[in-house]
Write a protein that binds this ligand. Structure first.
Ligand SMILES: C[S@@+](CC[C@H](N)C(=O)[O-])C[C@H]1O[C@@H](n2cnc3c(N)ncnc32)[C@H](O)[C@@H]1O
Length: 199
């Protein structure tokens, strides 16, 4: 049995999975998922980010890096990508895994402050894996205010949810849903939605 666990831990991605599982035990509401996003879901999120647009891409809730990997693979240049993660352990893991990226440890509810010198730059897209449904309502409200403040008209928010009916639009009053698609190849299936900031 010990040998089996050792082999399992050496499998690619096993360390990330073990870390993710430990974080779920420590903070289930903030993790809001049973396991990291599958490549299909992560790829589907990344594909919604325009490659040639001007401005930063901010990823929220980096976790163990599933969506980060997909964004880099999609062609987002490392100097344009900033990742925010609340958990110090996961942020440390992301820094080790992606030394070329700016990884910020902190709460997305204070995104503007966390960005520091990058706050003055244009933000083209926010890619969020944050579990808006399971976070405290006050945190979800604060995060949605950050989306409104930091994105200019036309800026995109890519969000996934396990609620197949979609993200509650009352959380995003200044946004218009421009696309919505279920990704069945994830455990559980998830809906990927794109919202555009209205003028
Ligand atoms: C559903 S997991 C997604 C992880 C990863 N992106 C993936 O797709 O596998 C949500 C992530 O959001 C992080 N998170 C939750 N609340 C947060 C907050 N207020 N600010 C920043 N990150 C947060 C959690 O620590 C967790 O890593």
């Amino acid at each position: 049995m010990k040998r089996f666990v050792k082999v399992l831990m050496q499998a690619p991605g096993a360390a990330s999975l073990a870390l993710f599982t430990r974080e779920i035990w420590a903070n289930p509401r903030a993790m809001g998922a049973a396991c990291p996003s599958a490549p299909l879901l992560a790829g589907s999120m990344a594909a919604r980010v325009p490659r040639d647009c001007d401005g930063l891409v901010i990823e929220l809730g980096g976790g163990t890096g599933a969506v980060t990997t997909a964004l880099l693979k999609h062609g987002v240049p490392p100097w344009k990508l900033v990742v925010v993660e609340r958990s110090p352990t996961l942020a440390h893991h992301l820094r080790q895994r992606f030394p070329q990226l700016r990884i910020i440890q902190g709460d997305a509810a204070q995104l503007g402050q966390l960005l520091g010198h990058d706050r003055s730059k244009k933000i083209a897209s926010i890619v969020s894996s944050l579990p808006l449904r399971s976070l405290h309502p006050a945190t979800t409200r604060a995060i949605s205010q950050q989306f409104e403040t930091l994105l200019d008209a036309g800026g995109l928010l890519v969000q996934f949810t396990y609620d197949l009916r979609g993200t509650r639009t009352r959380w995003l009053p200044r946004f218009r849903r421009v696309s919505s698609k279920i990704v069945w190849g994830n455990l559980p299936p998830a809906r990927v939605e794109v919202f555009e900031r209205q003028a």
